[in-house]
Design a protein around this ligand. Structure first.
Ligand SMILES: O=C(O)CCC(=O)C(=O)O
Ligand SMILES: [Fe+2]
Length: 294
């Protein structure tokens, strides 16, 4: 088969959006449909009120089953971390006072199935490539235009967490993340976040330190179920995953969106999260989307 014919065959075997998303209940391919308009209004209201929105059973169970099978097949190729990190994924800076959040490190163990090894017929990849999904996320956020992320490793990975693993408080390198839980922990493994804890203009260091030291004031908890779609502003809302309890592995799909189609992770963050930095991470290091600590 020629390369072009192979590409066509691969595209043909990719699941269509209607095989992935429950379009009967959530017809996001029809933006003018009253059901979709009501859904977008609901998501916007939730994002305004609590900094996050959740659409229950957005992804069909058959698609979740295929994603789980894909993640289990790819798990041996995951990049595993057993480390500690500060919220900015930077190295320690002993020149700063001890209560500066750049100096406060928490435990993180997880594996990332990086975006560049997803399979040709991946439901996650197909959903991420869908313009309907991009438009829907943009409308829910009330931000346009947004783009798929240029980061070759971090743009739509799976995160894998085994019993005992936890994921430290941090901010993301990209502005917006969609989470689709593929398989939850038996217990624990909850997503905790602090809505809009910082803004592009204000790091709000005091509040960040307080949360790292145990303040629960701004913390909200979301108990995602498999198939639920969550949209949150990970660059501004500090978040973590609580320890995985019980015997089951937690798998979550994490498609990401950004304001600047050119930006990618800093090399240091790419290495800490995804195990390596590529030439693109160094080439674009100077072109950060904002002036945040990262
Ligand atoms: O596993 C989750 O729910 C969130 C993971 C996360 O925050 C990240 O990969 O940056
Ligand atoms: Fe994150």
């Amino acid at each position: 088969m020629t390369q072009a014919a192979q590409a066509l065959a691969d595209a043909a075997s990719r699941p269509a959006l209607e095989a992935i998303v429950d379009l009967d209940r959530y017809p996001i391919h029809q933006p003018e449909n009253p059901l979709t308009m009501a859904l977008v209004a609901q998501c916007r209201a939730e994002l305004d009120a609590v900094g996050c929105c959740c659409v229950r059973n957005f992804v069909r169970p058959e698609a979740i089953a295929r994603m789980l099978a894909e993640a289990e097949r790819l798990k041996p190729q995951a990049f595993w971390s057993e480390t500690t990190n500060n919220p900015y994924m930077t190295k320690d800076d002993p020149s700063l006072p001890e209560d500066h959040p750049k100096r406060i490190f928490n435990k993180r163990n997880n594996g990332f199935i990086n975006s560049d090894i997803l399979e040709e017929t991946s439901d996650l990849q197909a959903a991420y490539d869908s313009d309907e999904m991009l438009r829907f996320v943009s409308e829910c956020l009330g931000v346009a235009p947004i783009y798929r992320w240029a980061d070759p490793l971090g743009r739509n990975p799976y995160s894998v967490m085994e019993p005992g693993h936890e994921f430290a408080w941090h901010f993301d390198g990209n502005e917006f993340t969609v989470s689709i839980l593929v398989q939850g922990a038996e217990k624990g493994g909850l997503f905790e976040y602090c809505p809009d804890l910082r803004t592009p203009e204000d790091e709000n260091l005091e509040a960040v330190t307080k949360v790292l030291r145990g303040d629960r004031g701004p913390v909200r908890v979301l108990d995602l179920q498999p198939g639920d779609l969550q949209i949150f502003k990970g660059r501004f809302s500090m978040h973590r995953v609580t320890p995985i309890e019980g015997n089951r592995t937690r798998y979550i799909a994490l498609p990401t969106y950004v304001l600047d189609p050119h930006s990618v992770n800093r090399p240091e963050r790419a290495k800490q999260f995804y195990g390596r930095a590529e030439p693109i991470h160094y080439e674009r290091e100077a072109q950060r989307p904002d002036r945040l600590l990262d």
